[in-house]
Design a protein around this ligand. Structure first.
Ligand code: CAA
Length: 444
């Protein structure tokens, strides 16, 4: 059975913080840290009336309308988030409530839930939907899957450089228009304390360690994928979307992944004249010496035309949107997939029947790798995205305005602030109800 993503919609927060232009000078930092080091230009942030529910519901509304899907056609609504504000009532119930304000019918018979495993939960909800359809329990209905987050850090935390806010809504169904999922899957999962939110809004982060943990779990997932029948040869994949906390992280992961995937292939043979063969652990008595050897090899590999061309074709295009929005946690890898397909559409690449290798990651920590095959309807799907218009219409914050909006979204502060933008044809946060629930209205 051919099951995968039938449609996708992206919703960015309506404010933007210019990192090299506004944030870096206010922090006394060199703008190059952002543009060259982290590879980030802008953080997307939510206006005062936006949150994980409004962004999720706004993305979902456009998706359902565009695909002509009514509530009765949806058998499941799953939300992935690490920014939930309730330990009992799932965000998916709020999203369903919003959508019922504007669609005929209701989601009474749709199974709703919320998934948590940091950023990788955005892929776990896809996996759950895939399994549900494949198990024959969907009764011809589709799953609505949404990854939504406000990735905010405490003020002055180093993570503040990598913030972002947005939602990605996806429909999972048979005979999908966009991509179908392969069966092989690789997992790398270890109990880690690199990034966590123990009943607190902003994360506790060991930033440098979190980067090492990302790379280690990715390697384990790639090995597991290959062991389970996954083909990892670099020529197999037209695009390789990674979880993208910031593009600089992906630059590191891509080089390690490429090195691993060319081992014992004709690509390694061809490169041997230029940079030698990869060091093998058995050739070293000392593990440190092996690590030094493999690091030097990777540094040289990165400089080769073979690597540069592979990276430019398969990875670089997936970073186009991330650079302009920052980290969306659970939605981040899905933004990367979308950016890669959008770039392919705009440059007229023929992708139908071609493969993507999707590399997801969540702190705590787990990486997941699977392959997808691009479907014949992909061009029509991607042509309907309006992300460029959304990015263009964002309000550009001064540093003082940024500080104020950060306070508005800080659960420990009670700051009132006039929104910077005017909502139109969208769901907005509308205050609290008598039991502490959040309330939402659709604004014409
Ligand atoms: N010109 C060029 N490059 C520059 C520069 C300049 N003027 N100034 C700095 N740089 C480079 C640095 O050399 C560095 O690059 P390398 O890592 O290649 O050396 C890069 O810019 C970042 O600079 P710093 O290391 O000085 O930045 P920092 O100390 O402020 O911390 C961070 C960066 C650790 C990523 C921090 O932002 C952070 O903690 N972020 C949150 C955690 C995170 O995103 N971790 C990623 C893996 S975990 C994950 O993926 C899950 C998730 O979504 C959170």
């Amino acid at each position: 059975m051919n099951v995968g993503i039938d449609g996708i919609e992206i919703r960015t927060g309506r404010l933007k913080l210019d990192l090299p232009g506004t944030f870096a000078p206010a922090k006394g930092e060199d703008p190059g840290k952002y543009t060259k080091g982290l590879g980030l230009h802008v953080s997307a942030l939510p206006d005062a009336y936006e949150d994980i529910v409004t962004m999720a519901a706004n993305a979902s509304r456009r998706l359902l309308e565009r695909k002509n899907v009514s509530p009765a056609d949806i058998g499941r609504i799953d939300v992935a988030t690490e920014s939930a504000f309730d330990n009992s009532k799932p965000v998916s119930t709020y999203v369903a409530g919003c959508l019922e304000q504007v669609f005929d019918g209701d989601f009474t018979h749709a199974n709703k839930g919320e998934r948590k495993f940091a950023c990788v939960s955005g892929t776990q909800v896809l996996d759950d939907a895939f399994n549900w359809v494949r198990a024959g329990r969907s009764r011809g209905r589709a799953a609505l899957v949404v990854a939504t987050d406000t990735a905010l850090y405490a003020r002055d935390d180093p993570g503040e450089a990598t913030q972002g806010a947005g939602a990605v809504a996806m429909l999972v169904d048979r005979d999908p228009d966009l991509v179908s999922f392969g069966d092989a899957q690789g997992i790398g999962s270890v109990d880690e304390t690199d990034f966590l939110k123990p009943n607190q809004q902003f994360p506790s982060v060991d930033g440098k360690r979190s980067m090492q943990v990302y790379l280690a779990r990715m390697r384990e997932a790639l090995q597991d994928f290959a062991r389970n029948g996954g083909d990892i040869h670099p020529d197999t994949f037209s695009l390789v979307p990674f979880h993208t906390p910031f593009p600089g992280m992906v630059r590191k992961a891509a080089a390690l992944g490429f090195r691993h995937s060319i081992r014992d292939t004709s690509v390694e043979d061809r490169l041997a004249d230029q940079i030698g063969r990869q060091p093998r652990p058995e050739a070293f008595d000392d593990h440190e010496a092996y690590l030094d050897g493999i690091k030097s090899y990777t540094d040289e590999l990165r400089q080769t035309t073979t690597y540069e061309e592979w990276y430019e074709r398969t990875v670089e295009p997936t970073l186009d949107i991330a650079r302009e929005v920052g980290n969306w946690y659970s939605g981040s890898v899905h933004v990367a997939r979308t950016a890669g397909l959008k770039h392919a559409f705009e440059t007229d690449r023929a992708l139908t029947g071609k493969n993507l290798l999707v590399a997801s990651y969540g702190s705590g920590a787990q990486a997941e790798i699977h392959a997808e095959t691009v479907q014949p309807g992909w061009r029509d799907e991607i042509a309907q995205l309006n992300i460029d218009e959304q990015l263009d219409r964002r309000y550009d914050l001064t540093f003082e305005e940024y500080e104020a909006i950060h306070d508005v979204h800080n659960h420990d502060e009670t700051t009132d602030l006039e929104p910077f933008t005017t909502p139109t044809e969208e769901f907005v946060f509308d205050g609290w109800g008598r039991m502490g629930e959040r309330k939402y209205t659709y604004v014409e």
